[in-house]
Design a protein around this ligand. Structure first.
Ligand SMILES: Cc1cc2nc3c(=O)[nH]c(=O)nc-3n(C[C@H](O)[C@H](O)[C@H](O)COP(=O)(O)OP(=O)(O)OC[C@H]3O[C@@H](n4cnc5c(N)ncnc54)[C@H](O)[C@@H]3O)c2cc1C
Length: 424
């Protein structure tokens, strides 16, 4: 049993301290509930800037924030670093890597992970961008491949080390493609003068007819134009049909040789054992009702990327983005407080605040509820919104200084290959 004092207050367990879990926990301050926060990491992370860490534009520490520091002044809050394993709903117990813990309310906010649509070869041979560990591994691989391209006596291997294939033309794929293309244009000629003539080839594969297919046609066309201007080879209507550690095969019969495949094409909810199989949809997302309550359970809720909920405007479920997680968390906090006061709960309605993606310096596409714009203004809006959303004044400052430095110097000095003990 995890050691947490038993009091006369009802206990809520928040499993996962990402956008949803963090918002819920903050909103429950002074709610009269005992709040227990469980996460497998001791930090909250900011995935929208993962691609900048992967492309050595930011240090990982500037987009992470220690969970304990956030809740230093919150009374009756208990934080435990452990991994959620399963739920025993009959006993109202959660089973974790650190032991079991009783709950009155359980909130699952564990987020999502990579989905490879059943392709084991893609899972084994590609790099994902869903956790900071994956992102640091990706950054090390990008830098190691450049080093290997210089060392290798074999021309084919040299070419492979310089080719990068990104699978998935959604916002994450577009953003990492743009960032790597900028690295290719501004950094490689200076750091690797011997590779000046033969820089990396960056391929972006998208199965749909256009990149950013969740945005308007105009934004998609602009984003593609921006990417091509930077030198990215954008291949739409192109599916990766297979791969190994040396190449990717596509549906039009082509083969691209590469030492680095970046996977941004699929996402699925993180499953928790012990829940009925009926709560999951085909992408392992947990089906919740308008109160974020898990189908068939009275005191188990789910929030954010892990959930599946539809409304007329979103027949295939809400997008797995930060705003959905934050708004669901605010609604649930309000409803739990209403319940203490015997008030009826409110239903969730998603307020779509827009969508945006950045391709590179002065190049972004932004769609807000009543206005859309692209280019330099979009880029500044993108930077402002992301900077404001980061947790911690220190992080905001460091990121701002990094961006300003990069803007004026076209360079960043963060290209370090740092690996844990055991790697050379
Ligand atoms: C590369 C990338 C770029 C993105 N860009 C954007 C963007 O520009 N704009 C946008 O709105 N959204 C973006 N998103 C999506 C956004 O990050 C998610 O929608 C949001 O993080 C969902 O919040 P969440 O709280 O549901 O999950 P998360 O924020 O993922 O939090 C889940 C938490 O659960 C913890 N956890 C997971 N499994 C376990 C376990 N078994 N035991 C214990 N703890 C566990 C994790 O450590 C984490 O702290 C991006 C996502 C990625 C991956």
């Amino acid at each position: 049993m995890i050691n947490i004092p038993k009091t006369d207050k009802k206990r809520i367990i928040i499993a996962g301290c990402g956008f949803a879990g963090l918002t819920l926990a903050k909103k429950l301050k002074n709610s009269g509930l005992q709040v227990v926060i469980l996460d497998k990491h001791n930090y909250h992370q900011f995935p929208p800037l993962f691609y900048q860490v992967a492309s050595a534009g930011l240090e990982a520490s500037s987009i992470l924030f220690p969970i304990r520091k956030i809740f230093q002044n919150y009374k009756e809050y208990y934080i435990r670093k452990c991994e959620i394993k399963s739920v025993d709903s009959a006993k109202n117990q959660l089973i974790t890597s650190a032991g079991t813990v009783d709950y009155d309310y359980l909130v699952l906010a564990l987020g999502a992970t990579n989905s490879y649509f059943g392709s084991k070869e893609m899972e084994d041979n590609s790099k994902g961008m869903k956790t900071i560990a994956e992102v640091i591994d990706l950054r090390n691989t990008i830098l190691m491949n450049l080093e290997n391209a210089l060392i290798s006596p074999d021309q084919d291997e040299k070419e492979r080390n310089l080719n990068i294939v990104i699978i998935g033309g959604g916002p994450s794929g577009v953003e990492i493609a743009g960032a790597l293309a900028e690295m290719n244009n501004y950094v490689i000629p200076k750091d690797y003068p011997e590779l000046k003539e033969r820089k990396a080839n960056i391929y972006l594969l998208e199965g749909a007819p256009r990149v950013l297919h969740m945005m308007s046609e105009k934004s998609s066309v602009k984003a593609k134009k921006f990417l091509e201007k930077l030198g990215v080879k954008v291949l739409t209507n192109t599916l990766a049909t297979g791969c190994d550690d040396k190449c990717v095969l596509t549906n039009d019969g082509n083969k691209i040789c590469t030492s680095l495949i970046i996977w941004t094409a699929g996402i699925k909810g993180i499953r928790v054992d012990g829940l009925s199989s009926e709560v999951y949809n085909k992408n392992s997302r947990i089906i919740v009702d308008k109160y974020c309550k898990v189908k068939g359970y009275d005191n188990i809720f789910a929030l954010g990327d892990i959930t599946f909920l539809t409304e007329e405007k979103f027949p295939s479920g809400y997008p797995q983005v930060a705003q959905v997680a934050i708004q669901q968390a605010k609604l649930l906090a309000g409803n739990l407080i209403r319940e203490q006061k015997n008030k009826i709960p409110l239903e969730f309605r998603y307020k779509d605040l827009g969508i945006m993606a950045t391709v590179g310096r002065n190049l972004a596409v932004v769609e807000l509820p009543y206005i859309s714009f692209q280019g330099i203004f979009g880029w500044f809006v993108w930077m402002f919104i992301h900077l404001m959303s980061i947790v911690g004044v220190r992080n905001k400052l460091i990121i701002f200084i990094n961006w300003a430095w990069k803007y004026f110097t076209y360079d960043q000095s963060l290209r370090l290959i740092l690996r844990p003990k055991g790697y050379s």
